[in-house]
Design a protein around this ligand. Structure first.
Ligand code: F0G
Length: 455
């Protein structure tokens, strides 16, 4: 048989509320043509993000009851700590409530104004937290990483030549190097073990540590197993362990490959930043053995970090995005290729060739997907990355994409079949999709709250 089945069965379900097109037209009008303003109950398939939206296993729910809610020294912390020490090899584990808290605290103690931090591509919150501290965030992904149609097995790799140039010319301003695995902003694309190793060695020659952003480390490890020479017989755990061992520390939003709805952490190999980070943690997140989380959250995470290493799960996980990608390509829909681990990115410029940049094609497409089938994706285009100057001049973003990100263990194959049918049917009448105009916006992060009119 060719069908890859979901490697789980379902014990607890949530109803999906069906809506009609007429209802969705009214709901989207009420939401000012902004899908962020919709109520989640009015969405049929919610592909807004894979962050914190996954389903926990029976084992995780069981562990929740075991949570030790003591303020200090809770057993749940030591359980999580030992799982993370085994996985990462780093002795120092600092829990936080989610990824951006880990970033804020770590950058706060490890960078200073005027520094430069290289990365393949900094995720929005990583960049924002660095810039908030007056640090420059340098995106140095390989050229293939920014070309939607170029096929490359590891489009998330960092460009080592560019890193070396930076270290040679401005090395005194580089406190450490970062690497985001998988590279979310570049389409959820993986980084090879060879690239992590070479980057680590290069940084070492200049005396700089390597810090990983490991939100989707298990998906990355699976790509390495499937695509990298000599890795086929390794376990996911041993590949993941090697990735961590090549670096000196990491930050993680556990809302992704931690398989939990909330959580994050900083993990570090040596003591340099640990005390300062813990002091900062106490100031804003909580005591070092819970860091903004409940004991039960630490338990669920300890179990999730073991479950995410299961190969059957990861095979199915990567196949989901690949399967959606195949269906869309077969229907003539242009996407970022090859598909990454957690999402499919539709090229809205190609989908809606009759629209110009002033029509915000990716935003229009996100609206059309909701109207057509109750599907919610997110615009990664000119509303998100463009801006309007004080004198009213509009600057457009480099790409017009709609990201469909897939919650973990939540939707089944028929949900994906339905989504692909909706998108391919919409493609056939794409010329009817209207552009939008921005009626009201804020200066920063305007996509979350913007109000729109039809063009
Ligand atoms: N780093 C990466 C690579 C991420 O994708 C995210 C979140 C974060 C850090 C921040 O973590 O949300 O727990 O504070 N990405 C989500 C997304 C929001 O939809 O891609 P957080």
């Amino acid at each position: 048989p060719k069908t890859m089945i979901e490697p789980f069965r379902i014990k607890s379900v949530e109803p999906i509320r069906m809506t009609t097109r007429a209802e969705r037209e009214r709901l989207l009008e009420d939401a000012k043509l902004n899908v962020f303003k919709l109520r989640a109950e009015d969405v049929i398939l919610d592909f807004l993000t894979d962050s914190g939206t996954g389903a926990m296993s029976a084992k995780q729910w069981g562990a929740i009851m075991e949570g030790d809610e003591s303020y200090a020294g809770a057993r749940s912390f030591f359980r999580l700590q030992s799982v993370l020490q085994k996985l990462t090899g780093y002795p120092h584990i600092i829990p936080t409530h989610q990824g951006r808290a880990a970033e804020r605290i770590f950058f706060g103690v490890a960078t200073k104004r005027g520094d430069i931090v290289p990365n393949n591509t900094h995720f929005d919150t990583t960049r924002a937290n660095l810039e908030f501290d007056g640090v420059e965030a340098a995106d140095l992904v390989i050229p293939e990483g920014t070309q939607p149609r170029t096929i490359h097995p590891f489009k998330g790799n960092i460009d080592l030549g560019k890193v070396e140039d930076l270290l040679k010319t401005k090395g005194d301003r580089v406190p450490f190097g970062m690497l985001t695995i998988t590279n979310n902003s570049g389409g959820g694309q993986p980084v090879s073990m060879a690239n992590i190793r070479a980057y680590s060695e290069l940084l070492k020659r200049y005396g700089k540590p390597l810090i990983l952003d490991v939100c989707r480390f298990a998906e990355n490890a699976m790509f390495i197993k499937l695509r990298e020479e000599g890795m086929q017989d390794r376990t996911i755990e041993s590949i993941a362990q090697e990735m961590f061992r090549l670096a000196d520390g990491c930050t993680m939003s556990a809302k992704k490959d931690g398989m939990v709805n909330i959580g994050g952490f900083i993990a570090l190999k040596d003591e340099t930043w640990v005390e300062a980070a813990r002091n900062n943690l106490i100031l804003t997140e909580g005591f070092p053995t819970y860091g903004g989380l409940a004991g039960r959250d630490l338990e669920a995470l300890a179990v999730g970090l073991e479950e995410v290493l299961h190969e059957d799960y990861l095979r199915y996980r990567l196949r989901t995005a690949e399967y959606m990608g195949e269906k869309l390509l077969a229907g003539g829909v242009a996407i970022v290729e090859p598909t990454g681990g957690h999402a499919v990115y539709i090229d809205a410029k190609e989908f809606l060739p009759h629209l110009g940049p002033q029509d915000y094609p990716a935003w229009s497409l996100a609206n059309a997907l909701y109207l057509e089938g109750g599907i919610r994706g997110v615009e990664i285009g000119s509303v998100m990355f463009g801006r309007r100057d004080d004198d009213g001049v509009e600057h457009y973003g480099p790409m017009e994409l709609v990201r469909l990100a897939f919650p973990r263990r939540v939707y089944t194959q028929s949900h994906f079949d339905f989504a692909a049918e909706v998108i391919c049917e919409l493609k056939a009448k794409a010329h009817l999709v209207r552009g939008v105009r921005i009626a009201k916006q804020t200066k920063y992060l305007r996509h979350f709250t913007a109000e729109m009119n039809w063009a």
